[in-house]
Write a protein that binds this ligand. Sequence first.
Ligand code: GCB
Length: 604
Amino acid sequence: MQKIKVVIAFILIPIAIHSQGLLINAANRNITSLNGNWNYIVDPFETGYYSFHSEVYDQKNPGSPSAFYNNYQPKNKSELVEYNFDKSALLKIPGDWNTQKENLFYYEGTLWVKKSFNYKLKNNNHLFVYFGAINYKAEVYLNGKKLGSHEGGFTAFNFEITSIVKEKDNFLVVKIDNKRYKEAVPTLNTDWWNYGGITRDVLLIEEPAVFIQDYFVQLKKGRTHTISGFVQLNNSGKEEKITINIPELQIEKVIEVPVEGKAIFEFDVSNKINYWSPESPKLYTVFIKSSYQTLKDDIGFRTIETKGADILLNGKSVYLRGISIHEEINGRRANSKADAIKLLTWAKELGCNYVRLAHYPHNEYMLTMADKMGLMVWEEIPVYWTIDFNNTSTYNNAKNQLTEVITRDKNRTCVIIWSVANETPLSEARNSFLINLIKHTKTLDTTRLVSAALLTRGENGVGIIDDKIGEYLDIVAFNQYRGWYGGDLFTAPQAKWTTPYNKPVVVSEFGGDAKQGLHGAKKERWNEEYQEYLYQQNLLMIEKIPNIRGISPWILTDFRSPRRVLPGIQDGFNRKGLISDKGEKKKAFFTLQAFYKKIKNQFN
Ligand code: GCB
């Protein structure tokens, strides 16, 4: 018999593996937390990633004992292995590394973390590893196999590990890199701390053979009694049925899901709906059921639209009594439900009905708590300042981050605005970049408003709100710093403003620094009295801006920023908070509180 030799040529093509379709509503799935202590190795030269001739191990020599993700254990005492996770120090996850270890405070670079775990997976079920967020780039490996990578520090992602996980001694290794890049999103320069690490929860999620990956359940745009959306099943391979059950509204709708897995639906509600609002943040328990699983969510129903200069919530004109918030508390990255409650309780105490979550998607607790506590939300992506607008990969990155946040939060009723940018310098490239992001937002979600924090210009002493991007936005928002970066405070109330847009106008930022506890004349910078006066004068000015329908002053609490170096005053903090990083209120807190009391009475 003639022997036939079959020669198979393996060609190594570097492929970019990205995260897989997000399992939304992770908290209500069958989860096991991997939070806690993880071993870490600081690796500024990326020794565990590249060979000494700069070849990437996972492409050229995946099994190399020197590749950190192999978590290699020497077999005998003569073997040379120059790392050992189990003997390395521990980091708490979730948590930024900067504020956990003094010597990592300014660190921007590569750091590896490892967690070992056992897991008994039920036959035919699927297992995923889910990361709430890793700043900024992540390469993820399980038991020495690469699962994929993810770019963008503020959005959730997951990988399936069904075929790799074992009952005992799994090791999950993540290479985290928080170096800043010109072409990244955000870019090199920001006014916040570049916290590194796995800053949000890490979960194992077990799903049945056929599982509900994603769904969208909201009131249809322009309708008060029609719920519409979609359900995305995974792995079905045949037709299935899904039931949407809202017991309190006596809804039990069966939806036919085609082989491809995605079913789009729409149905009317005949019962009375208690609409969600800040005064009455009603959430309905919604069950999404297949023959394999039942997923529970708490979803509110409300309409949000604009008409001329008005923002209409459930058909009624509202004024957005807001405050901007960074994902930071006590000088560290906020990452828990308790943190979210603390930040949002301060916002409620101020009299807010709205918060601007700046300048990137915050952790999911902020959204679930805003839903429950009754705060409307502006969500944003880090298209900030001088993003590389001419770069296609920068655009794709921004678009991906936008897609990821909308995917995660589209069932959170509190979200009323998706924002695509903050204070971006004018250019043709920037315009088409932003217009494309706005269009993309509308293709993913027609039920919410789109905005961006723009800048204005002055002509003959008149402030002009006419950025071209305003044409494409539902709400024209802009930042201005009268009395801090320019313009005097004394004459602020007489300032004139104009806009060509017959749309709602929102002042997405104003403010000034004050060191809590520092008192003196209102003309002297850094005093609480200066900040208080700045708020008084700006509020008088803002009331007269045409079409004004809301504000989100800068900012709830002092936050870390490497740009803020003035000794004795800033000491590494942007001091524009109404509350210090230690939680002490400044005088201006009460100025804004009084203003919101007044506005509330006028608008209700
Ligand atoms: C801004 C930015 C914000 C800064 C703030 C400031 O316009 O949007 O990120 O932190 O000003 O304090 O200068």
